[in-house]
Design a protein around this ligand. Structure first.
Ligand code: NAP
Length: 265
Protein backbone atom coordinates (compact mmCIF):
# COMPACT_ATOMS: atom_id res chain seq x y z
CA UNK A 1 0.00 0.00 0.00
CA UNK A 2 1.21 3.54 -0.80
CA UNK A 3 0.92 5.92 2.13
CA UNK A 4 0.74 9.65 1.51
CA UNK A 5 0.37 12.27 4.18
CA UNK A 6 0.22 15.82 5.33
CA UNK A 7 2.40 17.43 7.98
CA UNK A 8 1.14 20.59 9.66
CA UNK A 9 0.37 21.92 13.08
CA UNK A 10 -2.57 21.96 13.48
CA UNK A 11 -3.93 19.60 10.80
CA UNK A 12 -7.10 18.21 12.32
CA UNK A 13 -9.42 20.26 10.08
CA UNK A 14 -7.52 19.56 6.86
CA UNK A 15 -9.60 18.92 3.75
CA UNK A 16 -6.78 17.07 1.99
CA UNK A 17 -7.56 13.53 3.28
CA UNK A 18 -11.10 13.32 1.82
CA UNK A 19 -9.93 14.95 -1.42
CA UNK A 20 -7.03 12.52 -1.99
CA UNK A 21 -8.87 9.45 -0.75
CA UNK A 22 -11.69 10.18 -3.20
CA UNK A 23 -9.09 10.03 -5.96
CA UNK A 24 -7.67 6.68 -4.75
CA UNK A 25 -11.15 5.23 -4.58
CA UNK A 26 -12.13 6.46 -8.03
CA UNK A 27 -8.97 5.06 -9.65
CA UNK A 28 -8.87 1.88 -7.54
CA UNK A 29 -5.47 2.71 -6.04
CA UNK A 30 -4.31 0.81 -2.98
CA UNK A 31 -3.32 3.93 -1.06
CA UNK A 32 -4.09 5.93 2.06
CA UNK A 33 -3.69 9.62 3.00
CA UNK A 34 -2.86 10.32 6.66
CA UNK A 35 -2.33 13.54 8.63
CA UNK A 36 0.60 14.05 11.03
CA UNK A 37 1.13 16.82 13.55
CA UNK A 38 4.84 16.95 14.47
CA UNK A 39 6.15 19.50 16.98
CA UNK A 40 6.59 22.92 15.38
CA UNK A 41 10.41 22.75 15.45
CA UNK A 42 10.66 19.23 14.01
CA UNK A 43 10.21 19.67 10.24
CA UNK A 44 13.47 17.93 9.35
CA UNK A 45 12.84 15.04 11.73
CA UNK A 46 9.37 14.58 10.23
CA UNK A 47 10.78 14.29 6.69
CA UNK A 48 13.42 11.83 7.91
CA UNK A 49 10.75 9.75 9.65
CA UNK A 50 8.58 9.73 6.53
CA UNK A 51 11.56 8.47 4.48
CA UNK A 52 12.38 5.79 7.04
CA UNK A 53 8.79 4.59 7.17
CA UNK A 54 8.60 4.44 3.39
CA UNK A 55 5.89 7.04 2.78
CA UNK A 56 5.39 7.80 -0.90
CA UNK A 57 4.72 11.52 -0.63
CA UNK A 58 3.91 14.32 1.77
CA UNK A 59 1.98 17.55 1.63
CA UNK A 60 3.20 20.31 3.89
CA UNK A 61 1.19 23.07 5.49
CA UNK A 62 1.62 25.80 8.08
CA UNK A 63 4.01 26.15 9.91
CA UNK A 64 6.40 23.85 8.01
CA UNK A 65 6.31 25.13 4.41
CA UNK A 66 9.52 27.13 4.74
CA UNK A 67 11.32 24.96 7.29
CA UNK A 68 11.23 21.80 5.13
CA UNK A 69 13.35 23.54 2.48
CA UNK A 70 16.47 22.41 4.36
CA UNK A 71 15.38 18.78 4.34
CA UNK A 72 14.50 18.42 0.64
CA UNK A 73 15.86 19.29 -2.78
CA UNK A 74 13.47 22.05 -3.91
CA UNK A 75 12.73 22.50 -7.60
CA UNK A 76 13.46 25.88 -9.13
CA UNK A 77 10.02 27.41 -8.49
CA UNK A 78 9.77 26.18 -4.88
CA UNK A 79 13.27 27.53 -4.21
CA UNK A 80 12.32 30.94 -5.60
CA UNK A 81 9.03 31.03 -3.68
CA UNK A 82 10.91 29.86 -0.60
CA UNK A 83 8.21 27.38 0.39
CA UNK A 84 7.33 23.74 -0.29
CA UNK A 85 3.86 22.22 0.00
CA UNK A 86 4.47 18.91 -1.79
CA UNK A 87 7.31 16.42 -1.26
CA UNK A 88 8.04 13.49 -3.52
CA UNK A 89 9.65 10.66 -1.56
CA UNK A 90 9.94 8.15 -4.40
CA UNK A 91 13.56 8.95 -5.34
CA UNK A 92 16.90 8.68 -3.54
CA UNK A 93 16.43 12.10 -2.00
CA UNK A 94 13.16 13.93 -1.18
CA UNK A 95 12.29 16.62 -3.71
CA UNK A 96 10.22 19.69 -2.82
CA UNK A 97 7.61 21.43 -4.97
CA UNK A 98 5.10 24.25 -4.60
CA UNK A 99 1.73 23.37 -6.09
CA UNK A 100 -0.04 26.40 -4.54
CA UNK A 101 1.39 28.51 -7.36
CA UNK A 102 0.15 26.32 -10.19
CA UNK A 103 -3.04 25.63 -8.20
CA UNK A 104 -4.02 29.29 -8.51
CA UNK A 105 -3.24 29.30 -12.24
CA UNK A 106 -5.24 26.13 -12.90
CA UNK A 107 -8.17 27.44 -10.82
CA UNK A 108 -8.36 30.47 -13.11
CA UNK A 109 -7.89 28.39 -16.27
CA UNK A 110 -10.72 26.07 -15.18
CA UNK A 111 -12.97 29.15 -15.40
CA UNK A 112 -11.70 30.04 -18.89
CA UNK A 113 -9.65 32.96 -17.61
CA UNK A 114 -6.76 33.77 -19.95
CA UNK A 115 -3.49 33.89 -18.01
CA UNK A 116 -2.22 36.99 -19.79
CA UNK A 117 -2.18 40.74 -19.29
CA UNK A 118 -1.97 42.22 -15.81
CA UNK A 119 -2.80 40.85 -12.38
CA UNK A 120 -3.22 42.47 -8.99
CA UNK A 121 -2.35 40.26 -6.03
CA UNK A 122 -3.51 41.57 -2.65
CA UNK A 123 -1.31 40.17 0.09
CA UNK A 124 2.38 39.44 0.43
CA UNK A 125 2.35 36.52 2.90
CA UNK A 126 2.73 32.86 2.00
CA UNK A 127 -0.22 32.71 -0.40
CA UNK A 128 0.70 36.07 -1.95
CA UNK A 129 4.23 34.84 -2.66
CA UNK A 130 3.07 31.60 -4.29
CA UNK A 131 0.36 33.27 -6.40
CA UNK A 132 2.62 36.15 -7.49
CA UNK A 133 5.38 33.78 -8.65
CA UNK A 134 2.81 31.48 -10.27
CA UNK A 135 1.19 34.23 -12.35
CA UNK A 136 4.52 35.89 -13.24
CA UNK A 137 5.88 32.50 -14.32
CA UNK A 138 2.98 32.32 -16.83
CA UNK A 139 3.95 35.73 -18.23
CA UNK A 140 1.51 38.01 -16.38
CA UNK A 141 2.55 41.45 -15.22
CA UNK A 142 1.95 41.34 -11.46
CA UNK A 143 1.20 44.26 -9.13
CA UNK A 144 1.40 43.27 -5.46
CA UNK A 145 -0.57 45.37 -2.95
CA UNK A 146 -0.12 44.80 0.76
CA UNK A 147 -1.18 46.45 4.02
CA UNK A 148 2.47 46.52 5.09
CA UNK A 149 3.84 48.19 1.97
CA UNK A 150 7.49 47.26 2.65
CA UNK A 151 6.56 43.58 2.29
CA UNK A 152 4.96 44.30 -1.09
CA UNK A 153 8.14 46.06 -2.25
CA UNK A 154 10.37 43.25 -0.96
CA UNK A 155 8.30 40.57 -2.70
CA UNK A 156 8.04 42.58 -5.92
CA UNK A 157 11.84 42.82 -6.01
CA UNK A 158 11.98 39.01 -6.20
CA UNK A 159 9.13 38.33 -8.65
CA UNK A 160 10.10 38.94 -12.30
CA UNK A 161 8.51 42.14 -13.67
CA UNK A 162 6.41 42.78 -10.54
CA UNK A 163 5.70 46.06 -8.75
CA UNK A 164 4.90 46.66 -5.07
CA UNK A 165 2.18 48.96 -3.70
CA UNK A 166 0.21 49.92 -0.62
CA UNK A 167 -3.29 48.49 -0.24
CA UNK A 168 -4.73 52.02 -0.49
CA UNK A 169 -3.82 52.15 -4.21
CA UNK A 170 -6.11 49.28 -5.19
CA UNK A 171 -8.65 51.42 -7.07
CA UNK A 172 -5.95 52.75 -9.40
CA UNK A 173 -4.26 49.39 -9.82
CA UNK A 174 -7.51 47.61 -10.67
CA UNK A 175 -8.79 50.01 -13.30
CA UNK A 176 -6.82 48.36 -16.09
CA UNK A 177 -6.25 44.93 -14.58
CA UNK A 178 -7.41 41.58 -15.97
CA UNK A 179 -7.08 39.40 -12.86
CA UNK A 180 -7.42 40.10 -9.13
CA UNK A 181 -6.36 37.60 -6.46
CA UNK A 182 -7.09 38.08 -2.78
CA UNK A 183 -4.21 36.38 -0.97
CA UNK A 184 -4.85 38.03 2.39
CA UNK A 185 -6.76 36.41 5.22
CA UNK A 186 -9.36 39.20 5.10
CA UNK A 187 -12.80 37.65 4.59
CA UNK A 188 -11.93 34.41 6.38
CA UNK A 189 -14.77 33.65 8.78
CA UNK A 190 -15.94 37.27 8.50
CA UNK A 191 -18.03 39.32 6.10
CA UNK A 192 -15.31 41.73 5.04
CA UNK A 193 -13.46 42.41 1.79
CA UNK A 194 -9.92 43.76 1.38
CA UNK A 195 -10.96 45.50 -1.86
CA UNK A 196 -13.35 48.49 -2.16
CA UNK A 197 -16.44 47.30 -4.06
CA UNK A 198 -16.34 50.30 -6.40
CA UNK A 199 -12.85 49.33 -7.59
CA UNK A 200 -14.21 46.11 -9.15
CA UNK A 201 -15.42 45.90 -12.75
CA UNK A 202 -16.91 43.47 -15.26
CA UNK A 203 -13.65 42.82 -17.15
CA UNK A 204 -11.96 41.38 -14.07
CA UNK A 205 -11.56 37.74 -13.10
CA UNK A 206 -11.46 37.56 -9.31
CA UNK A 207 -9.92 34.62 -7.40
CA UNK A 208 -10.29 34.66 -3.63
CA UNK A 209 -7.77 32.34 -1.93
CA UNK A 210 -10.00 32.38 1.17
CA UNK A 211 -12.24 29.28 1.11
CA UNK A 212 -14.07 29.63 4.42
CA UNK A 213 -16.67 30.86 3.73
CA UNK A 214 -16.78 29.66 0.16
CA UNK A 215 -18.69 32.75 -0.97
CA UNK A 216 -16.78 35.70 0.46
CA UNK A 217 -17.83 39.33 0.53
CA UNK A 218 -15.22 40.02 -2.19
CA UNK A 219 -16.70 37.38 -4.49
CA UNK A 220 -20.25 38.65 -3.89
CA UNK A 221 -19.16 42.22 -4.69
CA UNK A 222 -17.31 41.00 -7.79
CA UNK A 223 -20.29 38.97 -9.04
CA UNK A 224 -22.49 42.06 -8.74
CA UNK A 225 -20.26 43.97 -11.16
CA UNK A 226 -20.41 41.08 -13.66
CA UNK A 227 -16.82 39.96 -13.01
CA UNK A 228 -15.82 36.29 -13.35
CA UNK A 229 -15.49 34.81 -9.86
CA UNK A 230 -13.38 31.86 -8.72
CA UNK A 231 -13.63 30.70 -5.11
CA UNK A 232 -10.71 29.53 -2.96
CA UNK A 233 -11.77 25.88 -3.02
CA UNK A 234 -10.72 25.75 -6.69
CA UNK A 235 -7.17 26.78 -5.73
CA UNK A 236 -7.16 24.24 -2.91
CA UNK A 237 -8.45 21.59 -5.29
CA UNK A 238 -5.84 22.18 -7.97
CA UNK A 239 -2.88 22.27 -5.56
CA UNK A 240 -4.11 18.80 -4.52
CA UNK A 241 -4.64 17.70 -8.11
CA UNK A 242 -1.08 18.76 -8.99
CA UNK A 243 0.33 16.91 -5.96
CA UNK A 244 -1.65 13.76 -6.83
CA UNK A 245 -0.47 13.83 -10.45
CA UNK A 246 3.17 14.36 -9.44
CA UNK A 247 3.07 11.46 -6.97
CA UNK A 248 1.14 8.91 -9.03
CA UNK A 249 1.95 9.91 -12.62
CA UNK A 250 -1.76 9.54 -13.37
CA UNK A 251 -4.35 12.12 -14.42
CA UNK A 252 -6.32 13.08 -11.32
CA UNK A 253 -10.09 12.46 -11.20
CA UNK A 254 -10.75 16.18 -10.73
CA UNK A 255 -14.53 15.93 -10.54
CA UNK A 256 -14.49 13.36 -7.73
CA UNK A 257 -11.83 15.27 -5.80
CA UNK A 258 -13.84 18.48 -6.17
CA UNK A 259 -17.03 16.77 -4.97
CA UNK A 260 -15.26 15.32 -1.91
CA UNK A 261 -13.71 18.68 -1.06
CA UNK A 262 -16.91 20.69 -1.43
CA UNK A 263 -18.80 18.09 0.55
CA UNK A 264 -16.67 19.04 3.57
CA UNK A 265 -16.82 22.82 3.20
P1 NAP B 1 0.00 34.95 5.88
O1 NAP B 1 1.31 34.47 5.38
O2 NAP B 1 -0.18 35.11 7.35
O3 NAP B 1 -0.30 36.37 5.18
C1 NAP B 1 -1.44 37.11 5.54
C2 NAP B 1 -1.63 38.28 4.56
O4 NAP B 1 -2.87 38.89 4.87
C3 NAP B 1 -0.55 39.36 4.66
O5 NAP B 1 -0.34 39.90 3.39
C4 NAP B 1 -1.23 40.37 5.60
O6 NAP B 1 -0.76 41.70 5.45
C5 NAP B 1 -2.66 40.29 5.11
N1 NAP B 1 -3.62 40.76 6.11
C6 NAP B 1 -3.94 40.17 7.27
N2 NAP B 1 -4.88 40.89 7.93
C7 NAP B 1 -5.13 41.97 7.14
C8 NAP B 1 -6.00 43.09 7.26
N3 NAP B 1 -6.81 43.24 8.32
N4 NAP B 1 -6.03 44.00 6.25
C9 NAP B 1 -5.22 43.84 5.17
N5 NAP B 1 -4.38 42.81 5.00
C10 NAP B 1 -4.32 41.89 5.98
O7 NAP B 1 -1.18 34.01 5.42
P2 NAP B 1 -1.22 33.09 4.08
O8 NAP B 1 -0.68 31.76 4.40
O9 NAP B 1 -0.63 33.86 2.96
O10 NAP B 1 -2.81 32.91 3.88
C11 NAP B 1 -3.63 33.99 3.45
C12 NAP B 1 -5.02 33.45 3.10
O11 NAP B 1 -4.93 32.59 1.96
C13 NAP B 1 -5.66 32.60 4.23
O12 NAP B 1 -7.03 32.90 4.29
C14 NAP B 1 -5.45 31.18 3.76
O13 NAP B 1 -6.45 30.29 4.23
C15 NAP B 1 -5.57 31.36 2.25
N6 NAP B 1 -4.89 30.31 1.49
C16 NAP B 1 -5.64 29.61 0.61
C17 NAP B 1 -5.07 28.62 -0.17
C18 NAP B 1 -5.91 27.86 -1.13
O14 NAP B 1 -5.46 26.84 -1.66
N7 NAP B 1 -7.13 28.31 -1.42
C19 NAP B 1 -3.69 28.36 -0.06
C20 NAP B 1 -2.93 29.11 0.86
C21 NAP B 1 -3.55 30.08 1.62
P3 NAP B 1 0.49 42.23 6.32
O15 NAP B 1 1.72 41.75 5.62
O16 NAP B 1 0.34 43.70 6.29
O17 NAP B 1 0.35 41.65 7.70
Amino acid sequence: MDVYGLIGNPVEHSLSPPMHEAAYEELGLYARYVTFEPPKDAAGDAIGAAETLGLAGLNVTIPFKEAVLDAVEPDDLAARIGAVNTIDLSGDRPTGHNTDAIGAVRALEEHDVAIEGSAVVVGAGGAGRAVSFGLAEEGMEVAIANRTVEKAHDLAAEVPGASGHGIDTLSDLLSGADVLVNATSVGMDEDRSPVPADALHAELAVLDAVYSPIETRLLRDAAQTGATTVDGAWMLLFQGVEAFERWTGQAAPVEEMNRALRGRL
